[in-house]
Design a protein around this ligand. Structure first.
Ligand code: F3S
Length: 408
């Protein structure tokens, strides 16, 4: 790789062992993927924060790196952790787990990573602009940044995103190069796709077919209202990132690169996929009726507008099944200031910040049967949490919470 003088100095350890380690990780990555140089990045989003996922080995790794003096040189922020820092006791999380989790957050904070603890940083003001290079690692956030915003990021691992935060750049390969952003699959949608749940089902089905390809959707419309548009795109991308490994997609006439280049984005030998119905996806996610331990909405984390909508749906009701609405602490504070949080909490639901149903220690909390409206969560909960998962639309989930019964 061709390195600048400063990058060579970092690699030689002239800026300390922490920065040297970061540079070593990035150079190794660049060499594996054939990068010719580094590219400066505007921000880094760091996954691998939950103690449930990284355990003691991950905590020790972070401690060592922190103690070697490594510090972020660009805006960097954390993905969700395994606890809500204010509600962990109420959630039934053990003190041992909470202590370990707080230690991880402390290590990252000392390294200069902001404790935003969210997978939707774009809901709290971290919105990369078109063409900007970034190093993000949570798969749904990566997909949203690449596709909906036209930013450039690979799907970083936690350590490589942290290394990029320290160095301020990342190896230039993959989605940082224009030629790798072309669509490999032309997806022609012939059925109605309207609600976020529809987009989630569509993403689930397409992700299964395209793997790590780049889909180009035709025949899709998005809601006029900007925040609803965001919700649909985040649901689509999150589902494709989980059922497949999609980190970038285009929607004809709607996402920024598709607006600029249209069908020129399609590679000549792309594969064609027709979607005539969402029914197969719905059937694949269907579960027999069962007693639910929890209903959880907010994968990816909810926006303030979504919380407003949920509050108006639930207003004045009393819930029969525990309901979590997961979001960032910043959005929860805004919801509290607006009075939305009060409406929601009076129903018995909890607005959970900093964590989510996939990275919290559900097993030690005795939660096994869980309903979600996110195809991403439906994909991950069985493997990450050994949970029995029910997928339904947001309305179906909220109705089940009210009635105390899941209707498939
Ligand atoms: Fe976010 Fe957790 Fe889902 S990190 S995308 S809410 S699995």
């Amino acid at each position: 790789m061709k390195l600048t003088g400063e990058e060579k100095a970092l690699l030689a350890g002239e800026r300390g062992p922490g920065a040297q380690k970061a540079m070593e990780i990035l150079v190794a990555l660049g060499q594996i993927f054939g990068a010719e140089a580094m590219v400066p990045v505007a921000s880094a989003q760091i996954a691998g924060v939950s103690y449930h996922n990284i355990g003691d080995a991950g905590l020790e790794f972070l401690k060592d790196w922190n103690h070697s003096g490594a510090r972020a040189s660009i805006p960097a922020f954390m993905n969700p952790a395994g606890i809500d820092r204010s509600l962990w006791k109420r959630m039934g999380i053990s003190e041992r787990f909470a202590l370990k989790q707080n230690e991880i957050i402390l290590q990252l904070s000392e390294m200069g990573v902001q404790d935003t603890l969210t997978c939707t940083p774009y809901h709290i003001g971290q919105v990369p602009v078109f063409g900007q290079h970034i190093a993000w690692s949570e798969s749904s956030a990566v997909s949203y940044a690449n596709a909906a915003l036209g930013a450039r990021t690979n799907r970083e691992g936690g350590p490589s995103a942290l290394a990029a935060a320290i160095v301020g750049s990342t190896p230039k390969f993959g989605f940082h190069l224009e030629q790798n952003r072309k669509a490999t699959h032309q997806v022609i949608v012939r059925c109605r796709v309207e609600s976020p749940s529809d987009f989630s089902l569509l993403g689930y089905w397409v992700g299964k077919s395209v793997g790590d390809g780049i889909p180009y959707f035709e025949g899709l419309e998005l809601p006029e209202v900007p925040w609803r548009r965001t919700v649909c795109l985040k649901a689509l991308g999150a589902a494709m990132a989980a059922s497949g490994a999609v980190a970038l997609y285009h929607v004809h006439g709607l996402t920024p690169e598709a607006q600029a280049m249209g069908s020129d984005l399609l590679v000549p030998n792309r594969q064609r996929i027709g979607i005539a119905s969402l029914k197969p996806a719905r059937e694949a996610l269907k579960q027999e009726e069962k007693k639910l331990d929890l209903i959880s909405l907010g994968c990816p984390h909810l926006s303030l507008e979504e919380l407003r909508e949920i509050a108006s749906y639930l207003k004045g009701r009393r819930l029969a099944i525990p309901l979590w609405l997961t979001t960032s602490a910043i959005i929860r504070t805004e919801a509290e200031a607006e009075g939305i949080a009060g409406i929601i909490e009076r129903t018995g639901a909890l607005i959970i910040a900093d964590t989510c149903m996939v990275v919290a220690p559900l097993k030690e909390m005795g939660i096994r049967n869980i309903a979600v409206d996110s195809a991403k969560a439906a994909c991950y909960l069985p493997s990450h949490q050994n949970a029995i998962t029910f997928w339904g639309s947001r309305e179906q989930c909220l109705q089940a919470a009210i009635e105390g019964q899941w209707r498939a």
